[in-house]
Design a protein around this ligand. Structure first.
Ligand code: NAD
Length: 461
């Protein structure tokens, strides 16, 4: 099928590339000229495992092209995906300006036969009808007859860091529309994915398709993210109780996660949830509920718990180091999770701000981030450790598991490790000379600190 994807970020580009890979003829549109030129030169503008390889092969096969020309894209596509950003406004509401601009643009260029316009962006509940109206406004400006179109809500559930895998191995595909014709077209588009033709495990049953009305599909996306965020806040709260009563949250999570009603996913206590989706989607849902006169007690609490959790590392540093003014703190990892270069709403950013405000000097090392304001970026973990009073493991990048922690400890002023993701082996770290502090693992906290060799030689008078 001929497909146009508008917005080539984490969702749009991955969607476009994967649809081209499974055989569709895809045109990706973005209004960022530099980005389009980069992609035309076969370079992916984002880091996402496996993306660049399949992007190149789809381009070579002539099934994937990039352009800044929305009109060309609208003409090309039988299905038009809107996949632009919907960031949060300061009041928590979703900023739908980009969706609005694209919808108007589609209306201004709509031509040819019947088209399906797909809301792939996470948009506030009610946006399906709103997009339809804006497209019609765009059409009316030209006073032209069009054959017709329908709007479908097709929320995206991919995870950054495994976006390509998730696209080929979805848990479900949600399609919201009251048009049978539009739903049928979307099902044909996704048929190879539904049949698991490109899935890692092709023996699994076909992917379930959840067909709903527009509003329910929009709600499914928000409810899914709100649930996952609440689940993390829940285990973080349990971790904080574990810290006080002497239980180990990793053992507790294992024990409860084996209960099939609970499940073991999203039960890792840590430094709170962040990233480009959970914070903004939870606040958008709260905002929508408030608009309709409903106060979201549970979601408000999940947000509040998360806010405290993001700064828990500061509290843990203060418990051991006391005064942070003048101390040097190294952050191991910056992104909100491994295998992505996305720093949007990463807990590291708030941590940096808080530590800097308290007078600490902040250094950081991340395998993928090479530029960040107000932070000295080290080129290696060893360089990061040099002169630090503590390291906070912020992101559980796989390679951090196998660092030479003895060598790192030797380079530090005081070998304190705050393991913000409960990712490291406390015994191994202690053996390496670290004072290990995890999240909700009090049995490993405040072990005997390493004796620090004085830097200054004191000679007798
Ligand atoms: P992004 O910021 O990475 O990408 C958005 C892209 O849209 C950018 O390349 C931008 O240049 C382009 N754009 C903006 N206005 C445009 C216009 N008028 N015309 C053409 N292009 C335009 O965003 P993202 O992370 O890919 O998220 C897109 C949507 O998908 C959001 O609504 C988000 O909530 C949702 N979503 C994101 C994820 C995720 O993991 N990132 C997962 C599920 C859903």
């Amino acid at each position: 099928m001929k497909v146009c994807v508008i917005g080539t970020g984490y969702v749009g580009l991955v969607t476009g590339v994967c649809l081209a890979h499974i055989g569709h003829d895809v045109m990706c549109i973005d209004n960022n000229t530099a980005k389009i030129e980069q992609m035309q030169a076969e370079i992916a503008p984002i880091f996402e495992p496996g993306l660049e390889e399949i992007m190149r092969s789809a381009m070579k096969a002539g099934r994937l092209q990039f352009s800044t020309d929305l009109g060309q894209g609208v003409t090309h596509g039988e299905i038009l995906f809107i996949a632009v950003g919907t960031p949060a406004l300061p009041n928590g509401e979703s900023d739908t300006r980009f969706v609005e601009a694209v919808a108007r643009g589609i209306g201004q260029h709509l031509n040819g036969g019947y088209k399906v316009i797909v809301n792939k962006s996470t948009v506030p509940i009610g946006s399906g009808d709103w997009v339809r109206r804006i497209v019609l406004d765009g059409v009316a400006e030209r006073q032209q007859q069009i054959t017709g179109f329908d709007v479908v809500s097709n929320p995206e559930f991919l995870r950054e860091g495994s976006a390509v895998y998730d696209t080929f191995n979805p848990d479900r595909i949600v399609l919201g529309s009251d048009s049978k014709r539009a739903i049928a077209r979307m099902q044909s588009l996704y048929q190879p994915l539904l049949d698991r033709t490109f899935a890692q495990d092709q023996t699994l049953p076909p992917v379930p398709v959840v067909v709903t009305d527009l509003t329910s599909a929009e709600m499914i996306k928000y409810a899914a993210n709100a649930f996952l965020a609440t689940k993390i806040s829940f285990i973080n709260e349990v971790a904080n109780i574990c810290d006080r009563v002497g239980a180990d949250v990793t053992q507790v999570a294992h024990g409860i996660g084996l209960d099939s009603r609970i499940g073991n996913k999203f039960l890792q206590a840590g430094m709170g949830w962040g990233g480009s989706c959970f914070p903004k989607d939870v606040s958008a849902l709260i905002h929508t509920a408030n608009d309709y006169g409903y106060k979201t007690e549970l979601l408000n609490a999940a947000v509040k718990t998360n806010q405290t959790q993001k700064l828990l590392a500061v509290e843990k540093l203060q418990q051991v180091l006391k005064i942070l003014k003048g101390k040097t703190i190294g952050l191991l990892g910056l992104t909100f999770k491994p295998n992505t270069d996305d720093l949007r709403d990463a807990p590291a950013l708030e941590l940096i701000e808080a530590l800097t405000r308290l007078g600490a000097k902040v250094k950081a090392y991340d395998p993928i981030v090479t530029e960040l304001d107000h932070v000295q970026l080290a080129e290696t973990p060893e360089q990061l450790a040099e002169g630090c009073d503590a390291i906070v493991l912020v992101t559980d990048w796989k390679e951090f598991r196998d660092l030479d922690y003895t060598a790192l400890a030797h380079r530090m002023e005081f070998a304190l490790m705050i393991d913000g993701r409960n990712f490291l082996d406390p015994d191994q770290l202690t053996e390496a000379g670290f004072t290990y502090v995890g999240i909700g693992r009090p049995n490993h906290s405040f072990l005997k600190p390493k004796v620090v060799t004085p830097q200054v030689q004191i000679t007798a008078a």
